[in-house]
Design a protein around this ligand. Structure first.
Ligand SMILES: [Zn+2]
Length: 423
């Protein structure tokens, strides 16, 4: 039976409340802030009253922990023999990503190499030295057809798009300085059929509040529009939003932007790429398909990951970084409505983190894989919210969808490949 503290029932306007998890599934009581630290006088209420308080009140915190459901699944990670290469040491790698059935890496000296772990062999095809600062974290994104990569300074200003066949720099990227140090510079490729030809377009920030879409091969700009002035009252289409990490849906129809508003609220937004590129160049500012899925104090960069063409998973349950709990939330981007959430395990922070490795990332391929730096990988059934596998030993650095293979760079300068299999 759902219960709330009596103070939440005395007035019609609810005010602030906290969720107090009982440790049995996701069951929780609702408490006023005064009762949250003591022994509340709980009253059983109807489902309707409970839902009304949750909907109308100001959710200000969480007490206790929900139960994480686990299911015996027979899933396990199977590791292959480590791949040692004379010409490439894993400790020299600063970024790695899948490139078709191969991998692509950026090294500490700025070289870009294609890595074939089956032969094994490497092919150096380019360099970002002088174009991208190599002393901070680097982001590396490959185009869907594997013909080019974008390399950017994660918390910096600059980036480049490089041709994987010739090594030529096709496009130089720059985002404005305003607020850049708090959101990763992660552009996204989207494959578009333009006049019967498949083209790899890049969505990339060019100012804190502006995204542009460019064909790196031709330089042609899509979603062309003027820059609205910053004025009082705000000009039409003026956007007061800091763009963040971008991630495109599997078929390229939707895009998610993990950015934030002053002062500061993470605001994960999505909109239709089809509509943006074909009908309304302002779709990213104020288009009719634009949705804000989550609005959370001091929290963005939430490792957004698409489960299918219109369902997005994000990290965390709660409205503020000081009290949100480890969890996955899913949203329907057509309506912007939350579909479900399920709790995940809490874990201690890695005491010796590798600086270039993301603290957390998620990938969906039949199951949802949640990788947390130094804490291993958990595997989830997103339909039930059950944990199917929790392997603390395995913290991969990238995933290759073409072969369903993870890669990890180990401490002995080798590359380790592994897959998740059913027993
Ligand atoms: Zn109370």
């Amino acid at each position: 039976m759902p219960s709330v503290c009596s103070h939440l029932l005395v007035t019609q306007s609810v005010g602030s409340f906290l969720k107090s998890f009982t440790g049995s599934g996701k069951e929780h009581h609702l408490l006023c802030p005064a009762c949250a630290g003591g022994h509340p006088d709980l009253s059983a209420v109807s489902e309707e009253t409970f839902a009304r308080i949750e909907a109308d009140g100001d959710w200000e915190g969480i007490r206790g922990h929900p139960e994480v459901p686990c299911e015996a699944s027979g899933l396990r990670f199977v590791e292959e023999d480590p791949v040692d290469l004379d010409e490439l040491r894993s400790r020299d790698v600063r970024a790695i990503a899948a490139l078709g059935i191969h991998w692509v890496v950026v090294t500490v000296t700025g070289d870009i190499l294609e890595l074939d772990t089956t032969t094994p062999a490497t092919r150096r095809f380019g360099s970002v030295t002088g174009s991208v600062a190599l002393d901070g974290r680097i982001e590396l994104v490959a185009s869907p057809d594997g013909s080019m990569v974008a390399v950017t300074e994660s918390l910096g200003l600059r980036g480049v798009v490089v041709d994987c066949a010739t090594g030529r720099i096709l496009l130089e990227l720059a985002r404005g300085e305003h607020g850049h140090k708090v959101t990763p510079f992660i552009p996204a490729f989207v494959e578009r059929d333009v006049g019967g030809v498949k083209r790899q377009l890049l969505v990339h920030p060019t100012e804190w509040n502006r995204l542009d879409v460019t064909d790196p091969r031709s330089g042609e700009a899509f979603a062309r529009r003027p820059i609205p002035p910053c004025s009082t009252p705000p000009a039409q289409h003026y956007l007061d939003y800091f763009h963040g990490a971008l991630v495109v849906s599997p078929a390229g129809k939707w895009i998610a932007d993990d950015g934030w508003h002053w002062h500061p609220f993470g605001a994960l937004t999505t909109w239709s790429v089809d509509r943006w590129l074909a009908e309304n160049p302002w779709e990213s500012e104020d288009g009719e398909t634009l949705r804000t899925l989550a609005f959370r104090g001091y929290f963005w960069d939430s490792s957004a990951c698409w489960l299918n063409e219109t369902t997005l998973a994000i990290w965390g349950h709660g409205l503020d970084d000081e009290w949100l709990i480890p969890a996955v939330q899913t949203f329907d981007v057509l309506t912007g409505a939350e579909k479900a959430w399920f709790p995940c395990f809490a874990g201690a922070d890695d005491p010796h983190p590798t600086p270039w490795v993301r603290s957390r990332w998620m990938i969906f391929d039949r199951w949802l894989f949640v990788v947390r730096r130094g804490q291993g990988t958990t595997v989830w059934d997103t339909t039930t919210g059950a944990c199917l596998l929790n392997d603390a030993r395995v913290s991969p650095h990238a995933y290759q969808p073409a072969t369903r293979t993870f890669i990890r760079l180990n401490e002995c300068d080798a590359f380790v490949l592994f897959r998740c299999v059913e027993a």
